[in-house]
Design a protein around this ligand. Structure first.
Ligand SMILES: CC(C)(COP(=O)(O)OP(=O)(O)OC[C@H]1O[C@@H](n2cnc3c(N)ncnc32)[C@H](O)[C@@H]1OP(=O)(O)O)[C@@H](O)C(=O)NCCC(=O)NCCS
Length: 98
């Protein structure tokens, strides 16, 4: 899955991206999520432009570590290891569909 997110400058550094990603990742990895979910935490990989230090720091705070540098695309690949994360990701409200 590819996604792009961009928060309005006046709302940055308030923990909103961190919170939104925790909710998304906890949903994607929860054992009671419907197929094709869940995926394992260890399968979560992100690729971020090398110059985007804010995003790299954001994912490091969520427990991702650099695993590869893709020089041709000037991208850093980070994979979830859980390092440095002391509490579980936030869990959002679940709604029943169908
Ligand atoms: C990257 C971005 C989404 C972060 O959103 P945000 O809501 O400000 O992020 P948060 O407040 O949740 O930050 C969580 C952590 O990420 C890291 N971080 C976020 N912005 C940072 C910055 N400018 N410099 C360094 N670290 C940063 C910090 O570790 C931060 O924790 P802290 O505030 O306790 O130090 C936002 O800066 C943005 O929209 N940037 C432009 C678009 C972009 O780069 N999108 C991502 C690529 S798809």
């Amino acid at each position: 899955m590819r996604f792009f997110f961009n928060s309005e400058p006046e709302y940055r550094r308030k923990g909103l991206a961190n919170r939104a990603l925790q909710l998304m990742f906890s949903y994607a990895t929860a054992s009671d999520s419907k197929p094709p979910l869940p995926v394992s935490k260890e399968s979560l990989v992100v690729r971020i432009g090398d110059k985007n230090t804010a995003s790299i720091a954001l994912f490091q705070k969520l427990g991702f570590e650099t695993t590869k540098h893709v020089a041709v695309f000037e991208e850093t690949e980070l994979r979830y290891t859980g390092k440095g994360v002391s509490s579980p990701w936030l869990i959002g409200e679940r709604r029943a569909y169908g």
